[in-house]
Design a protein around this ligand. Structure first.
Ligand SMILES: Cc1cc2nc3c(=O)[nH]c(=O)nc-3n(C[C@H](O)[C@H](O)[C@H](O)COP(=O)(O)OP(=O)(O)OC[C@H]3O[C@@H](n4cnc5c(N)ncnc54)[C@H](O)[C@@H]3O)c2cc1C
Length: 342
């Protein structure tokens, strides 16, 4: 375990509501770290509908999911939040009044006065392909994400899937791997045509292989993969020697570890009060899609409102001896200085 990273606030989830919370907390001088299991910010907007237009963000008649994420990132820039992407918060433990120790699956430890759960519908987790015994190789030879490309240097890689992730990682890993084989069920791909064309050019130049079929079994020992067994739609099963397999079958949302953090849950949602959006544990707040209260609407604008009220109460925990004066950004020079505009 590493040295704890100390912060005023730890936000779990960098979706739109977690991002806007950075702004509201920043205006009140609270320093923030955010953790998200995805390798990018924006939650559902970035992962599920980056190109879809959203029409109900107040005062913005039209913005895409990705556009909203970019606008939020620009808005929080003055506050310099620290992002820990590609990490899942596993444990949240109360160690003070209030003070929390939070750990991630990458071994990071935080000590935060306040925890804001902005975990949406839960953590995005990779879909596991239906290959018998695959669990025994996960984390050692079967990887659902690429955190460090160098791990795959000089290895024989089997990349499985036909979407953007599979094609992007194929193109990125061909130069460093010993050999890359891309396996897809059929010779048609959902990925961007440009990536598909580049991949086919590499196959034509014999710099990588394309295999049609589905993985039906794995061979190896002690978590170390030596080969995958595959079956095409037509034709005989075959065997492909490889050191690592990277299946990219999309993501699914699961509640994940939230259930073990000691906060009360109601049908997988966190009940909160509507004055501060605090859970039953003082100092742990829940905003956005993850919370529930009478009349809750799972809309981005609801999460923005919740973030503003949450920050007011969080301030009193972080600065117990200070008085909070309500101010407008239009007229407060002190707020404008924090925003870097005065
Ligand atoms: C197709 C579609 C269209 C939509 N259109 C609209 C619309 O037009 N208008 C509108 O207002 N809303 C719309 N929504 C809903 C909107 O996207 C959600 O209300 C919004 O994304 C909720 O934001 P959030 O920040 O609460 O959670 P999310 O966007 O779900 O983000 C939560 C983040 O938390 C992370 N996380 C969860 N658990 C952990 C953990 N343990 N450790 C680390 N990270 C974790 C997740 O990886 C995720 O990135 C739409 C949703 C969908 C699916």
């Amino acid at each position: 375990m590493s040295e704890p990273i100390k912060t005023d606030v730890l936000i779990i989830g960098a979706g739109p509501c977690g991002l806007f919370a950075v702004f509201e907390l920043g205006l009140l001088d609270m320093k923030v770290h955010l953790v998200d299991i995805l390798d990018k910010v924006g939650g559902q907007c970035a992962e599920l509908y980056p190109e879809k237009p959203i029409y109900d963000i107040p005062a913005i008649s039209y913005i895409t999911g990705q556009g909203l994420c970019e606008a939020l990132m620009a808005q929080v820039k003055p506050f310099g939040p620290t992002f820990h992407l590609g990490e899942m918060v596993e444990t949240v433990e109360k160690i003070g009044d209030p003070l929390f120790r939070i750990t991630t699956d990458q071994g990071k430890v935080f000590e935060a006065k306040i925890v804001v759960i902005a975990a949406g519908g839960g953590s995005f987790q990779p879909k596991r392909p239906p290959v018998p015994g695959i669990e025994a190789y996960e984390g050692t030879s079967v990887h659902y994400a690429v955190r460090k490309m160098d791990v795959f240097r000089d290895k024989r890689l089997l990349i499985v899937g036909g979407g953007d992730s599979a094609l992007d990682w194929t193109l990125n890993l061909v130069p460093i791997a010993k050999r890359v084989t891309l396996m897809h069920r059929r010779d048609q791909f959902r990925a961007a045509p440009d990536s598909v064309n580049k991949m086919k050019a590499l196959v034509a130049e014999k710099k990588m292989d394309l295999a049609l079929g589905q993985v039906t079994g794995l061979e190896g020992a002690n978590g170390r993969l030596t080969a995958a067994l595959a079956k095409p739609d037509k034709g005989d099963p075959y065997r492909l020697e490889c050191d690592a397999m990277l299946p990219f079958f999309g993501l699914t949302m699961k509640l994940g570890p939230v259930a073990n953090w000691g906060v009360k849950l109601n049908e997988d949602l966190i009940p909160v009060d509507t004055a501060a959006f605090e859970s039953n544990v003082p100092g742990i707040f829940a905003i956005g899609d993850i919370n529930t209260y009478p009349g809750k609407l799972k809309l981005i604008l609801s999460g923005f409102h919740e973030a503003a009220l949450m920050a007011q109460k969080a301030y009193h925990y972080v600065f117990p001896d200070k008085r909070l004066v309500f101010q407008y950004t239009t007229s407060s020079t002190s707020l404008q200085k924090k925003l870097g505009v005065a």
